[in-house]
Design a protein around this ligand. Structure first.
Ligand SMILES: Cc1ncc(COP(=O)(O)O)c(C=O)c1O
Length: 400
C-alpha cells in the first residue's frame, strides 16, 4: 500500500481537499478510487510473522474486527475533517456512543447527559448504565449552571448533542468544555447534526466526538456506520481494546460507501444549509406558523447568537411545532415530495414525527422534559430544488 496524495502532508489543506484526499491509499494495482478490502482476516507469510504481528513486534492487519485498510481509510478521513488525532469506526452511531460509555465509565462513576439527546442515547444512559452501577443525571442542555451543579467527585463524563435531535437546542461547547476540564471530566459531543463541516467540537475543547455515519457522512441513506474521534491516547488506550474485543465493527463495504460519501460532504452540507435556510425563512413568513418554526439560523431561535459563534452555518434540520399530534400527522401525511422515514441527513427531504418514532420509547414525562411534544415535526431538508421543497410544504400546510 502506498499513500496516494502528498499534498496533505503539511496539514494546511482545506476541508474540501481533506474530504477528497485524506486516507487515500493505493495498492500495487495503482487504482484511483479506493479499494474495498472485503476480507475477514489477513494472511501471513510464515508462522513467525503471524506471531510477530500478533505480538505487535511488526505492524500489519490480522483480522477485520481489529483493523481493515478500507475502514482505516474512513477513520483517517473523518479524523482529518474533525481535526482529531485519531478516529475509530463502529457499526453504527449508537455503537459509537455505547462504546464511549463502556470504555470511559466504570461502576461507581457518574455520567451527566443532556436531557435533549437522541432517544437511544437516553435509553442507554437511563435504562442500561444504572444496571452496571453507573450513576446518571440528566440536565437541561443549554443551562451551564445546571452542568456545574451536577458535578460530583465521581463525575467522569459529560455527554451532549448540539444542536440536539430534534429540539435544535444548543450548548456553548467552549463553556461546557471549560467546566469539564476544570473538574477533570471528559466531554463527549455527538456531532451528527453539524458534521465537521459546520462545527468542530475538539477545537472548542471537547475530548471526544461521536458520529452516526448513517446520516450526513453517507448522505444518501444507504448504510449504517459510526465513529469516535479524539486524541490517540484516549482512543487507543481505552476505546480500541473495548471495540476490538466486543466487536461492533464497521464492515469494509459500509466504510467504502462512507468514504465515497464523505468526498462530497462539504459540498452537500452547504446545499443542505442553503435549502434549510430558505425553508426556515419561508415557514416563518407564514402567519399561521408564527412562533412555530425552529432553526438555529433564524434570529427567533433563542440561541441564534451562539449558533453564529459556534457553527459555520446552521445545518439541514428545521423543526415545526404544530400544537398537537393530529395537526402534526395531518401535515406529514399531506407532504408529497418529502418522505416519511426515521432517518435524517439524506440527499432527499425527509420528515419524521419524533414523539411517536425516534423518541417513541421514552416516557411522555421524559419526552416533555426533553422538549419533544406531540406537535413537533422534524424536517431533514434535502438537496432538491428549493422551489420544489417550498411548494411541497406550501401545499401540505393546507392540512392545518
Ligand atoms: C444525533 C444522533 N446521534 C446518534 C444516532 C444514532 O445513529 P445510528 O442510527 O447510526 O446508530 C442518531 C440516529 O438518528 C442521531 O440522530
Amino acid at each position: 500500500m502506498m499513500k496516494k496524495n502528498k499534498w496533505l502532508d503539511d496539514g494546511n489543506a482545506g476541508q474540501a481537499t481533506r474530504a477528497l484526499h485524506s486516507g487515500e491509499m493505493a495498492t500495487d494495482a495503482r487504482e484511483n478510487s479506493p479499494a474495498m478490502f472485503v476480507t475477514s482476516s489477513f494472511v501471513f507469510t510464515s508462522a513467525a510473522q503471524a506471531k510477530a504481528v500478533f505480538a505487535e513486534e511488526e505492524s500489519g492487519n490480522i483480522y477485520s474486527r481489529f483493523t481493515n485498510p478500507t475502514v482505516a481509510a474512513f477513520e483517517e478521513r473523518l479524523a482529518a475533517l474533525e481535526g482529531g488525532e485519531r478516529a475509530l469506526a463502529t457499526a453504527s452511531g449508537m455503537a459509537a456512543i455505547h462504546a464511549i460509555f463502556f470504555s470511559f465509565l466504570a461502576a461507581g462513576d457518574h455520567l451527566v447527559v443532556s436531557r435533549s439527546v437522541f432517544g437511544s442515547t437516553t435509553n442507554i444512559a437511563t435504562g442500561i448504565l444504572p444496571r452496571f452501577g453507573i450513576q446518571v443525571d440528566q440536565v437541561p442542555l443549554a443551562d451551564p449552571e445546571a452542568w456545574r451543579r451536577a458535578v460530583r467527585p465521581n463525575t467522569r463524563l459529560f455527554m451532549v448533542e448540539t444542536p440536539a435531535n430534534p429540539t435544535l437546542e444548543m450548548v456553548d461547547l467552549a463553556e461546557l468544555a471549560a467546566i469539564a476540564r476544570g473538574n477533570n471530566i471528559l466531554l463527549a459531543v455527538d456531532n451528527v447534526f453539524s458534521t465537521p463541516c459546520l462545527q468542530q467540537p475538539l477545537k472548542l475543547g471537547a475530548h471526544l466526538v461521536a458520529h452516526s455515519g448513517t446520516k450526513y457522512l453517507d448522505g444518501q441513506g444507504r448504510v449504517l456506520g459510526g465513529a469516535v474521534v479524539g486524541s490517540r491516547s484516549l482512543l487507543m488506550g481505552s476505546l480500541y481494546p473495548f471495540l476490538r474485543n466486543t466487536g461492533p465493527t464497521l464492515s469494509p463495504f459500509n466504510a467504502w460507501v462512507l468514504l465515497k460519501g464523505m468526498e462530497t460532504l462539504p459540498l452537500r452540507m452547504d446545499k443542505h444549509c442553503e435549502n434549510a435556510e430558505a425553508v426556515a425563512r419561508y415557514l416563518e413568513s407564514r402567519p399561521e406558523l408564527a412562533g412555530a418554526v425552529r432553526y438555529p439560523g433564524l434570529a427567533s431561535h433563542p440561541q441564534h447568537e451562539l449558533a453564529k459563534r459556534q457553527m459555520r452555518r446552521f445545518g439541514g434540520v428545521v423543526c415545526l411545532e404544530l400544537g398537537s399530534r393530529e395537526r402534526a400527522w395531518a401535515f406529514i401525511d399531506r407532504l408529497r415530495l418529502a418522505t416519511i422515514t426515521a432517518n435524517l441527513g439524506d440527499s432527499r427531504t425527509l420528515v419524521t414525527h419524533p414523539a411517536t418514532t425516534t423518541h417513541g420509547k421514552l416516557s411522555e414525562e421524559a419526552r416533555l422534559a426533553a422538549g419533544i411534544t406531540q406537535g413537533l415535526v422534524r424536517l431533514s431538508i434535502g438537496l432538491e430544488d428549493s422551489a420544489d421543497i417550498l411548494a411541497d410544504l406550501d401545499q401540505a400546510l393546507v392540512a392545518l
